[in-house]
Design a protein around this ligand. Structure first.
Ligand code: URA
Length: 423
């Protein structure tokens, strides 16, 4: 097969055959197709799209580039959740042990922060001793002892996606629905979960800025999951403002622990419980109700077992940043806007995220919100506290927040937390 022919076909708005797709993914994984050729093809796909058959073939070829995990030896159904990424989105932390406490197993492969969006592994690594890298046997051991495992994907899982994702990141080809859907679903299908709930974020802090695009991404991913035999549904959820009050690694772990202790911000609790119910229903488990498991301590018990089984100390003090500065309300009135992207970018610049992929993150850096859209505030009242390891970080963090929040006389118009459900 000739790679130029494959690129020209998509460049000229043609349809790639199954043969084209199988060959190009395999040849790229083996290094026979060069990065510059694959980036030309990715750009042609971004500009001209792929139909459902092409996306399904592309996803299947990426799954076949590596191993497919199998949990059929377990005595309970498996269920997982994937979020397309947002600001303050710590939901996996309370959700995985909660679902385990209610009777399903959760084998979750997670990622690190990307740009202004936080990563579950970075958050969990703020717990002293906790390890993200596990062998398949270790994963099985953690699932058996705790009911849930959250860890990094090994190098053998969808290696074609690892290579292609890194290339897309530096060639302006991330924002393509066919490429995002196939990237996410190849990893989730290869992970071997029996049921999957997708949390597709919508708004300034998400990849998908509007509901129409988010709906198309969700429908594409749900179809890919079902075709591969994974029971899949998607929720479209709001990411025009941050989720919860904490944004930053250790700050979000602390907020998650509050949820597991039966407290925490109402939006984090509502979304965690809703996603848990969806996962349990898809997995066919009619055990304990998630709200009950948050109140009676069983979700917290599962969290403690999960953290300990991965080397972490659930009782250890979490890292804190030594420096802080407070942003106050510029006027009295109603908080009409608290923009997710601005808050995420500010937290990233404070050190919660990375500038380059090899950089470390600061565990203590981030932002605690003291007011949310709809709250009434007085001039001078604290709106948020910024945390960083060095005071020199505050200037650029504050710059990111300029125009990112508003206090006014009007009431707020914001997206409902749960916008839609797609199955
Ligand atoms: N997350 C992924 O895993 N892949 C994408 O393409 C975008 C978000």
């Amino acid at each position: 097969m000739d790679v130029i022919e494959v690129i020209r076909t998509k460049r000229d708005k043609g349809e790639l055959s199954t043969g084209h797709i199988d060959w190009v993914i395999d040849a790229y994984t083996r290094g026979e197709v060069a990065d510059e050729q694959m980036s030309a093809l990715a750009m042609a796909i971004l500009l001209n799209g792929m139909n459902r058959r092409e996306i399904a073939d592309w996803t299947a070829a990426m799954i076949r580039s590596g191993e497919r995990m199998d949990w059929s030896m377990l005595d309970r159904p498996t269920a997982d959740k994937h979020s397309t990424g947002g600001v303050g989105d710590k939901i996996t932390l309370p959700l995985a042990p909660l679902v385990a406490a209610c009777g399903a197993y959760v084998p979750q492969l997670s990622g690190r922060g990307l740009g202004h969006t936080g990563g579950t592994l970075d958050k969990l690594e703020s717990i002293p001793g906790w390890r993200a890298s596990l062998s398949n046997d270790e994963m099985l051991g953690v699932i058996r002892s705790a009911g849930a495992v959250v860890c990094a994907a090994g190098t053998g899982l969808a290696p074609a996606d690892k290579k292609l994702y890194a290339l897309r990141d530096v060639t302006g080809t991330v924002e393509s629905i066919p490429l995002i859907a196939s990237s996410i679903m190849s990893k989730k299908i290869a992970e071997g979960t029996g049921a999957l709930v997708l949390d597709v974020k919508v708004g300034s802090g998400a990849f998908m800025k509007d509901v129409a695009n988010a709906r198309e991404l969700a429908a594409t991913m749900v179809a890919l999951g079902k075709d591969a035999g994974v029971s899949t549904v998607a929720l479209l959820t709001a990411m025009d403002r941050p989720l919860g009050l904490a944004v930053g690694n250790a700050l979000e772990v602390q907020e998650s622990i509050e949820v597991l202790a039966g407290g925490g911000p109402a939006d984090v609790v509502e979304l965690t419980v809703r996603l848990a119910r969806e996962m349990l229903r898809l997995a066919g488990v009619n055990g304990k109700d998630p709200e009950e498991a948050l109140k009676d301590g069983s979700a917290m018990d599962a969290w403690r077992r999960m953290i300990s089984a991965q080397g972490g100390d659930p009782d250890a003090l979490l890292p804190t940043a030594p420096e802080s500065t407070v942003v106050v309300a510029p006027a009295s009135g109603v908080v009409t806007r608290m923009d997710a992207y601005a808050v995420g970018l500010a937290a990233w610049r404070l050190g919660a995220g990375r500038a380059r992929k090899e950089d470390p993150v600061s565990f203590g850096a981030g932002i605690m919100l003291h007011a949310r859209p709809g709250d009434i505030v007085r001039a001078g009242q604290p709106l948020m506290t910024l945390y960083a390891d060095e005071t020199s970080r505050f200037e650029r963090g504050l710059e990111a927040l300029e125009g990112g929040f508003e206090v006014g006389p009007a009431s707020v118009e914001q997206l409902p937390l749960i916008i839609d459900r797609i199955e």
